[in-house]
Design a protein around this ligand. Structure first.
Ligand code: MLT
Length: 255
């Protein structure tokens, strides 16, 4: 029976322990949500990096016309970058066919933390069903890796993990760890009105304080996209690996 684990923060699992897993990295507010918007709007690839200097350095070595710098620190756009980390900024007219070098406080670091995993997907409510169907099709052990906020558990990430646990449990047999049971209970308790849960979460309050509370509703659009985004290669690159035009037909990416 495949194992289904939820790691409420990256510090709760070592990179080596993810090696045989299909890992879904979750940063609902906002990194994985925003990256999915960017890819859905036509960005060719996202290059996740940990540090601001590293991002600038990498972008300066790529052709000007094909690269954009994006990300946040303390939630706000980074000086000199083209884009912040709000989904609404990533429109087709700006991002189509562009490589986006992306650095965020927790989300991109969680992606890099999963570097040894068998496979790595991005998860957010905006591609909830696509992720769930891929996990079922893959059939192997799963780790849902919540990015959290500055080392603390994030309610919105836990809710997404719990929603995935519920979906998978209703359709197959998985061996749940305690993190998965906690996340599932959290989803049952707080998942019915996502936006309200986001508003009381620390991450949601931080965004409201800097005037970005509109981003919460962008993150709460369940199944806005039928896309899967997979992280591949060393150094890692993120691109769309599968697309479904209909909610009942899912093409899988495969290993
Ligand atoms: C992060 O990666 O830490 C976040 O996505 C933070 C944010 O955008 O506010």
């Amino acid at each position: 029976m495949p194992i289904l684990s939820v790691h409420l923060t990256p510090a709760l699992v070592g990179p080596v322990d993810l090696a045989d897993r299909l890992v879904v990295v979750i940063d609902i507010l906002r990194a994985t949500t925003t990256m999915l918007y960017a890819l859905a709007e036509g960005a060719s690839v996202i290059i996740p990096v940990a540090e601001v200097d590293e991002a600038s350095d990498l972008a300066s070595r790529l052709p000007d016309t094909t690269v954009l710098l994006a990300g946040e620190r303390k939630g706000s756009p980074i000086a000199g970058f083209d884009l912040g980390n709000s989904p609404k900024e990533f429109t087709a007219s700006i991002v189509a066919d562009k490589a986006i070098v992306f650095t965020t406080t927790n989300g991109t670091r969680a992606i890099l933390h999963a570097g040894l995993a068998r496979r790595v997907l991005l998860g957010a409510f905006v591609n909830f069903s696509a992720v769930c169907h891929e996990l079922l099709a893959d059939g192997g052990d799963v780790s849902l890796l919540c990015a959290g906020t500055d080392g603390a558990v994030a309610l919105e990430d836990t809710l997404f993990a719990g929603a995935v646990v519920e979906f998978l449990q209703n359709r197959g047999d998985y061996l749940l760890d305690d993190g998965a049971r906690l996340a599932w209970d959290t989803f049952e308790g707080h998942g019915s009105v996502l936006l309200s849960a986001f508003e009381v979460a620390a991450g949601g309050k931080n965004l409201a304080e800097i005037g970005l509370n509109e981003d919460l509703s962008w993150a709460a659009k369940i199944d806005r996209f039928g896309i899967l985004a997979e992280v591949k290669g060393t150094p890692p690159r993120i691109s769309i690996c599968s697309y479904s035009a209909s909610p009942t037909v899912w093409r899988t990416c495969g290993p």
